[in-house]
Design a binder for this molecule. Sequence first.
Ligand code: CA
Length: 225
Amino acid sequence: MATTPASIVIVEDEPDIADLLALYFRRESWDVTLCDNADRALDVIRSRQPDFVILDIGLPGERDGLDVCRELRMTSNVPVLFLTARDDEIDRILGLELGADDYVTKPFSPREVVVRAKAILRRGASTQETIKRVDFGSISVDLERHEVTVDGEPITLAAQEFALLEHLVSNVGIVLSREQILAGAWGPDWIGDIRTVDVHVRQLRRKLGDDLPVATVRGTGYRLG
Ligand code: CA
């Protein structure tokens, strides 16, 4: 089960629809973020890391909701529910096999959308296996027990170092900015120099050795794997 309150990003350019959906989801204690165009959608979704995404297909700008989903799917399995205005859009959703979890056609009942979103989250929670252990060459990370070994030898990590490692492991293959790492690993209220991330990454490299596949992404941040 997703942690409560669940979080959602709603990408919809029609303010009336966006506000109505926001109202219904907030009533159910969801943490709602609105976005009204395709170009900002990916940034918003990546920084918020929501449990659920609602994506309108017809969006202003060069890209539509389908483009956003296509790009999103390269790095994320977050459930996506599409809003469509026309039948031919449904054909395109199904034809492209974008990994959409559901769609609703306008006009729709916001209550129905909330019910469907909850059902999709429940379904995901029952089938999704939680990652408990990850191996990188000689390195083994047990996320449940908070234990890390290199060649079978236990390594002592400070709490912040482990939190950083855990955050990187949960986002394998994704380029994370230092800001995202700060908020994701140590919480949104963490206050400190952004270079702390570099210090801790350096510590992880030193303690875990060359098998740790952390890449420095120039001008951005870091990527694991
Ligand atoms: Ca629209």
